[in-house]
Design a protein around this ligand. Sequence first.
Ligand code: OAD
Length: 228
Amino acid sequence: MKPKLVISTGAGMSAESGIATFRDAGGLWEQYPVMEVASADGFARNPGLVHEFYNRRRRELVKAQPNAGHYGLVDLERNYDVYIITQNVDNLHERAGSSHVLHLHGELMKVRALDNEQLVYELSGDNLDTTPTTLIEGHHVRPHIVFFQEAVPNIEPAIKLVEQADVFVVIGTSLNVYPAAGLLHYVRPGIQVYYIDPNPATVPANVHLIKMGAGRGVAELKKQLDHQ
Ligand code: OAD
């Protein structure tokens, strides 16, 4: 059986694909008021603004391509059972070819019915924009995104994965947003933990830091895992 490699990714994973991060200089939360475009209260106050924010991000995403880091994680599947837990709402891990991707904060290319959250619809082609009056199969829809002030339904399966990890890797996150940032605390004692980020947050001393961008960092991770 292959060892289980569990990888938690954040916005930095997709930075080299041209998708802006949130908290770096010039990041999205400098350009947009976060609580207006990404919170449950903001959506209740001004749904049109929130739809427009995610419409823009969808148009950006369809033009973007997975980067060397995304593809490097696919390569690791040769020697490991790789499970990705991502805070990202983009679909670049899937488009690169990763087999197991769990989204903690929702998915940009999906919307769901306001009156029944089980009804999730995938957007595609020319049909990327939604507004408060858009109807899909007779339902008004909202972005399939976990807004601030909402629960994170996938945190339970994510914790289970981290508890089973033989190696745990964190890539490109400022570790500011909980519960995702807390996943690090669920690893079994003594396992190898790596953190790839050019400007890393403070982490426990036992974490191996790879102070690089995702593309080069994943290549370096591979080298270090091969020599483990
Ligand atoms: P942040 O924008 O907070 O952090 C981005 C991280 O990526 C920083 O630590 C950067 O140093 C790092 N970084 C920048 N360029 C990189 C590169 N080329 N390679 C690797 N890392 C790089 O993004 P997140 O931590 O993902 O949630 O933010 C968490 C959540 O906050 C997001 O999922 C989003 C946001 O509000 C929601 O909208 C619900």
